[in-house]
Design a protein around this ligand. Structure first.
Ligand code: PEP
Length: 249
């Protein structure tokens, strides 16, 4: 059985004190074996969030990482640094990074390796654009993204990877995929992982849906066979909404 996993993605939002207030305002979080939960936040938040969440069933994640341990990469933060800090998760290949920061399937692969090497869990984002879906290419686009992201990842690590299926046209638009369509694509992802690593690993990999998920629709997604949770942007910014998402999971 896969434990449901809800992760918030704050993107470039909140000051440090607003982040701390968010944690202070959370109610009782569900037990570890019921729902896994995480907040992924800008780098400056991570030390204070890690401290605040120390005794809570709440993981803390970064929104990106560099794959080199150190070096002349001005403005970057490495997976090695995040691992040393005690970060639990790293979002990799979010469509906003693919679109605005030249993230490619190649860098996604290198980052996935680096994050696993530092004993953190990568949340690898895949998803098609509007045009790719219109052209009927959504399944092949996502299969290719999965194949490249997992390239060279050993079987013993592959099951730890969390995949977030995030159709680009549904992110921050209020236009969510139907739960059936999202489930179909999460099924495509699971089948692809099975073709690479076998059924046992594919059954262990958690696949989230992301794209305008909110308290009102989380239940529909969680009722689907291949959807194990959600990566949530806008609706993870308020503690009441985040708590409602966890309840809905
Ligand atoms: C996201 O940032 O990953 C996301 C899915 O955003 P939203 O929930 O706002 O669509």
């Amino acid at each position: 059985m896969r434990t449901p996993f809800i992760a918030g993605n704050w993107k470039m939002n909140k000051t440090i004190s607003e982040g701390e207030q968010f944690i202070d305002s959370l109610g009782d979080l569900p037990a570890e074996d019921e729902v896994e939960s995480a907040i992924c936040a800008p780098f400056i938040h991570l030390p204070s969030l890690l401290e605040k969440a120390q005794h809570l069933n709440l993981g803390i994640g970064a929104e990106n990482a560099h794959y080199e341990d150190s070096g002349a990469f001005t403005g970057e933060v490495s997976a090695a640094m995040l691992g040393d800090l005690g970060v639990d998760y790293v979002i990799i290949g979010h469509s906003e990074r693919r679109e605005h920061f030249n993230e490619t399937d190649g860098t996604v692969n290198k980052k996935t390796h680096a994050v696993l090497d530092k004993n953190m869990i990568p949340i690898v984002c895949v998803g098609e654009s509007d045009a790719e879906r219109e052209a009927g290419d959504h399944a092949s686009v996502v299969e290719s993204q999965i194949e490249k992201a997992f390239d060279g990842i050993p079987a013993e690590s592959a099951g730890k990877v969390v995949v977030a299926y995030e159709p680009i046209w549904a992110i921050g638009t209020g236009k969510s995929a139907t739960s059936e369509d999202a489930n179909e694509m999460c099924g495509v992802i699971r089948k692809k992982v099975a073709s690479l690593y076998g059924n046992e690993t594919a059954a262990a990999v958690r696949i989230q849906y992301g794209g305008s998920v909110k308290p009102a629709n989380i239940g529909e997604y969680m009722g689907q066979e291949h959807i194990d949770g959600a990566l949530v942007g806008g609706a993870s910014l308020e503690p009441e909404d985040f708590m409602a998402l966890l309840e809905g999971a």
